[in-house]
Design a protein around this ligand. Structure first.
Ligand code: F6R
Length: 660
């Protein structure tokens, strides 16, 4: 949620900031802004717009923003409506300090009261603005202290990040007036930010500029992502990798409340929360800039849907050894004894990742015979779940940043569980908090609605289920070989589905004007429906709900309106409960529903019952969520486009939910 970019170097900052913000726009897109220091005077140029980055880009050209040191922001509103005044960056009273922020400052109200009492003037409704004023306050105090130490005058305090003012963690003993004191003196910006950070609670990634420091930007974070890199043209920091890929693929992360100072010459200095310098670990990422581009597709969502055969191929590849007829999971450090001791698995996740977890539950339980519970991470963290050292916790998060899932991981670890993170993003926060990481091979996913990452999560959980069954001697080598062999057919099947989407489009056309759509299925088909309904509602804003087909008689069937011919989408692929599903189709038909069935090629009976049939190739039931999900993704996209919606950036949403 929200994307920040900071750049200082030899190139023009505005172009780099705008390019970075465009590549981070999936994180939030209700307003955007940049602040750049004038090249020839200690003042900031600030441009902000309600709306998308493209609108900001026009304003930047109009206003001829120049300079090589700046910060930018694309917003997903938490405090205050999306408007120019609430768009970031936010400034202090002097107008010299600018702050871009991703996250929520939880103690902002108390800080704001104190700052108001001291005479600071606020111009937005955001929580972020307190940071600008607090940095101003701390900066002025440092400048005054330095001036006093030097006998007054227009002094420069050049202490390092551990320097003056490090004991001051409150604003109540402030003696600087809000707009004046220290404004002619220069202090240590990094130290002022370090003190400020010690006064903040909540989640934040911050990029902070000061017009008197034209060659540096201070960045910091707590619970919100920040990735840093340097290249010939300068130093850059951002909320996500896509903003960096054009310049470097060697990146660094900082831990909570660490500070980094970006310098014009490309140097980055790192300080821990006590102000001690350190050298961060660096990573080389294999994501490429092309992955951050549409590559000829009309939207990222379609591009990502079409990448799914490759994603599944990569996820499956190399897991099975023909010679030993066994699956390997080298990433799992669990000993045989630890594996044998696992008495429960708890999967925690949100949204689409939660749906992947529900499918994983079915498969793991049926093959490995270990009880699996799947919990929504936002609930898990406030319950008192039963977790101990014999519980294996699998935390699923495409982004690796979801605040609720991260908190669930912490809670599980405190209770002694072994936590496996299943994620897509190298070095993301979850990878640093879990003991074990399983990377899905989805590559960069930009469309807000998850598609290829979902399929990759399901494929990985499927393999994990088979592996656990193998390790517990519940499936033999030949059985695993047979199942893996069938799984290996999936990429070709997905290509086949993607090759002709006309039946999907015909069915979707019939729903464009609908008020509500119901999805029903049984077993893993029901879970496939949950995800199908989520896709439809989030990108087309058409109300959609999914139910277990056996449940509809217990209430939801009342929603079917014969006059409106309510669409009912049925996942009716070959399964042990196929006949029951056909009976459910009869029931909804009898009440006037318009039935769209996703069925297995060769199933003639379904054509007699349903109004529209989308055929997919035959596959064992356990793998069917992978094939059946693809028509549902395309179905949702087609309806969304017909309803005039932006499928990549649906309203009110953001790609990663870094706040609670
Ligand atoms: C829906 C969607 C969301 C995410 C959810 C969790 O298309 O993308 O429901 O699945 O916000 O995100 P991650 O997986 O990044 O933790």
């Amino acid at each position: 949620m929200c994307g920040i970019v900071a750049f200082t170097g030899t190139n023009q900052a505005a172009a780099i900031l705008l390019a970075g913000l465009t590549r981070l726009e999936h994180r939030g897109y209700d307003s955007a802004g940049i602040a750049v220091i004038y090249p020839d005077r200690p003042e900031l140029q600030l441009t902000r717009q309600a709306g998308k980055v493209a609108k900001l880009a026009k304003a930047v050209v109009r206003e001829k923003i120049v300079g090589t040191c700046g910060i930018g922001h694309t917003r997903w509103a938490t405090h205050g409506v999306p408007s120019e005044a609430n768009a970031h960056p936010h400034r202090d009273c002097s107008g010299k300090i600018a702050v871009a922020h991703n996250g929520i400052i939880e103690n902002y109200a108390r800080l704001k009261d104190e700052l108001l009492r001291q005479g600071h003037q606020f111009s937005s409704q955001t929580d972020t603005e307190v940071v600008a004023h607090l940095v101003e306050h701390n900066y002025n105090k440092l400048a005054e202290a330095a001036a006093a130490a030097n006998g007054g005058g227009d002094d420069i305090a050049t202490g390092n990040a551990t320097g003056a003012g490090s004991n001051d963690t409150g604003t109540s003993n402030a003696n600087a007036n809000a707009t004046g004191a220290g404004s002619t003196a220069r202090a240590d910006l990094a130290e002022a930010v370090r003190i400020t950070v010690s006064q903040l609670s909540g989640s934040f990634a911050l990029a902070i500029l000061h017009a008197d420091h034209p060659d540096e930007i201070v960045v910091t974070r707590n619970d919100s992502p920040l990735v840093l890199g340097c290249f010939e043209g300068g130093a850059i920091a951002a909320s996500g990798l896509p903003a960096l890929l054009e310049y470097t693929r060697d990146i660094a992360y900082i831990e909570d409340r660490d500070l980094a100072v970006l310098h014009r010459d490309g140097q980055i200095d790192y300080y821990d929360p006590a102000g001690e310098p350190f050298t961060p670990s660096t990573y080389h990422v294999d994501w490429t800039l092309e992955q951050a581009e549409k590559g000829g597709y009309p939207d990222f969502m379609l591009k990502e849907i079409c990448e799914q055969p490759r994603v599944i191929r990569d996820t499956i590849a190399g897991r099975f050894d023909e010679a030993t007829r066994s699956l390997s999971f080298d990433e799992l450090p669990l000993t045989d004894e630890e594996l044998a001791n696992i008495d429960r698995i708890v999967i925690v996740a949100c949204g689409t990742s939660y749906h992947a977890g529900l499918i994983g539950k079915d498969l793991i339980e049926s093959w490995a015979r270990i009880p699996v519970e799947v919990e929504v991470a936002s609930e898990f963290r406030y319950r008192n779940p039963i977790i101990n050292s014999n519980t294996l916790v699998i935390a699923i998060s495409q982004s690796g940043e979801t605040a609720d899932t991260l908190e669930a991981v912490r809670q599980a670890r405190r209770a002694g569980a072994h936590v496996i993170a299943l994620t897509n993003v190298l070095g993301s926060q979850i990878t640093r908090e879990a003991q074990t990481v399983l990377y899905i091979k989805a590559n960069l996913e930009i469309a807000v609605a998850a598609t290829k990452s979902f399929l990759a999560q399901v494929a990985m959980l499927t393999l994990l289920g088979l592996y656990l069954a193998q390790e517990r001697s519940l499936l033999t080598g030949p059985q695993i070989q047979e199942l893996y062999g069938e799984m290996s057919k999936l990429p070709l099947q997905l290509e086949h589905i993607l090759a002709d989407t006309s039946a999907i489009e015909r069915a979707a056309d019939s729903c464009v004007a609908a008020q509500t759509a119901l999805f029903i299925g049984r077993g893993v088909g029901a879970t496939t429906c949950y995800e199908g309904a989520l896709k439809l509602k989030e990108i087309s804003y058409l109300h959609a709900e999914a139910f277990s087909a056996g449940e509809i008689k217990h209430g939801p069937i009342a929603l079917i309106d014969a006059e409106a011919a309510t669409p009912v989408i049925v996942v009716a692929t070959q399964s042990t409960t196929h006949d029951k599903t056909l009976a459910n189709i009869e029931e909804v038909k009898a009440r006037g529903a318009s039935v769209i069935a996703v069925a297995t090629e060769g199933d003639g009976r379904i054509a007699e019952l349903a109004d529209y049939v989308i055929y997919i190739p035959p596959i064992r039931e356990c793998f069917s969520p992978i094939t059946a999900s693809v028509p549902l993704q395309l179905f949702a996209r087609h309806i969304a486009l017909a309803r005039g919606c932006d499928v990549d950036q649906p309203r009110n949403l953001a790609k990663s939910v870094t706040v609670e």
